[in-house]
Ligand binder design. Structure first.
Ligand code: FAD
Length: 415
């Protein structure tokens, strides 16, 4: 009898967000007969994280309206959801995890879905009015200070910083975005997309500063004074720092698992311990598709890895090689990206990137005349077509890509 089939076995899942919550459900679906204990350091029922910088920050939805699954689903699947419990240590020798409460839990299989945490800006540490955005409590803290007319400085022009800037400027705050790189979204987007988003934000009145580093942040009464390297100063009522995240690998490395910018997993989401899997933002995984080890921060990656890890726990190994995809919502603009723009040879732009309207634009990235990635703005049909083209490595009708008289159905070359 396999471990999955024995009612005496225990599967412990650490972290109950996109990866952990699905992994627990999938382990049950894959036939795990024993206990499943899903442990979350957060006190909220597991919720969708992306709305935190969108509808929840805007006050359009409460966290309770964006739960990943209803509470009943956990109990119906006999999943013991333990909220507000921090795992402090993994003892691999006796296969136990230790909780901050002092409790010890034995496991047969362990899943690490510990996610990532915001990279901190040491010069702003400890100051009132300085915020990071990762969880529901962070949003509540920002919202308390987010009244119309206030001055907000966002440090970091990545997706989270820009989504926050969009919500705040729409709510009447005076917003500045300070980005160290020469372009917004430099790490993830092409110059065309980056310039498009700069224009979008500037049209909404956001003061976008790129190629600028923050030298110091100091409190002056109720205000924060942000000094930039060129000597300029920005005065703010609140500061939101969005300068990337670091994978939560502390438990794994203390337990002697292999860690290198993420918990190192194989294509089956197995760690260097055969009884421990990992999934989501916390992993460094081998991508056959891209021929390298990588770490991704997206809901798609967390969910698809969770499915593979759950199958592995139940001894039904599958390989993780999904096409990465991602989205971001800013104002009325939805960006959807498929594939990664690694080593592309040329790009084709569809639409006019100098015009922001509901028609949107798309940028297609090609190598050897195959599409390897696409960024589609307000172009859901193009995005769906590109996802298929990229995933299935279909031949591309290059002329159709930029031709607005042709639709996404024409993107595949007819042989
Ligand atoms: C504001 C915001 C907006 C985003 N928008 C998008 C978007 O539009 N599209 C997109 O694809 N992605 C988006 N992302 C990224 C996406 O949310 C993450 O990729 C996803 O949440 C990763 O899921 P995860 O389960 O791997 O980790 P996480 O969501 O980070 O969850 C990890 C969980 O583990 C818990 N944990 C960690 N250590 C312990 C421990 N020792 N004991 C107990 N619990 C522990 C943490 O408290 C946390 O709840 C966004 C992220 C943020 C923060």
């Amino acid at each position: 009898m396999s471990q999955a089939q024995s009612a005496q076995t225990v599967c412990v899942v650490i972290g109950a967000s996109h990866a952990g919550s699905l992994l627990a459900v999938q382990v049950r679906k894959e036939g795990w007969q024993g206990r499943i204990v899903l442990i979350s350091a957060e006190t909220h029922m597991p919720y969708h994280r992306p709305p935190l910088s969108k509808a929840v920050l805007a006050g359009e939805k409460e966290v309770d309206a964006v739960l990943l699954r209803p509470a009943l689903l956990y109990s119906n699947n006999d999943i013991e959801l333990r909220l507000g419990e921090q795992v402090t240590q993994i003892s691999r020798a006796d296969k136990t995890v230790h909780l901050a409460s002092g409790e010890t839990l034995a496991y047969d299989k362990l899943a690490l879905c510990t996610g990532a945490s915001p990279r901190r800006l040491p010069i702003a540490e400890g100051l009132a009015g300085v915020h990071y955005l990762r969880n529901a409590d962070d949003v509540a803290g920002i919202r308390r200070q987010m009244q119309s007319g206030k001055r907000a400085v966002i440090v970091g022009g990545g997706y989270i910083g820009l989504e926050v800037a969009a919500v705040m400027s729409q709510q009447g705050l005076q917003v500045s975005v300070v980005e160290m790189a020469d372009k917004l979204l430099q790490r993830v987007a092409s110059p065309v997309i980056s310039d498009y988003f700069r224009l979008l934000h500037e049209q909404h009145g956001v003061n976008v500063l790129t190629g600028v580093t923050v030298e110091t942040v100091r409190a002056a009464g109720d205000e924060l004074v942000v000094s930039l390297h060129d000597g300029a100063e920005l005065v703010a009522d609140l500061l939101v720092i969005g300068i990337g995240v670091l994978p939560e690998t502390g438990l794994a490395s203390a337990a002697g698992l292999e860690v290198a910018d993420g918990i190192v997993v194989d294509a089956y989401m197995g760690t260097s311990d055969p009884d421990i899997v990992a999934a989501g933002d916390c992993t460094a995984f081998p991508s056959a598709r891209y021929g390298r080890t990588m770490r991704l921060e997206s809901v798609q990656n967390a969910l698809d890895q969770a499915r593979v890890a759950a199958a592995n726990v139940c001894a039904k190994p599958q390989i993780y090689d999904s096409l990465p995809w991602f989205w971001s919502d800013q104002y009325d603009v939805k960006l959807q990206s498929a594939g990664l723009r690694l080593d592309h040879e040329h790009e084709i732009v569809r639409g006019d990137p100098g015009v922001i309207d509901e028609k949107g634009i798309s940028v297609f990235y090609l190598r050897a005349d195959r599409m390897i990635a696409a960024d589609c703005v307000n172009s859901a049909k193009e995005f769906m077509a590109c996802k298929k083209l990229i995933a299935e490595r279909l031949p591309v009708n290059l002329e159709a890509l930029a031709d607005l008289s042709k639709g996404p159905a024409d993107f595949v070359a007819q042989s």
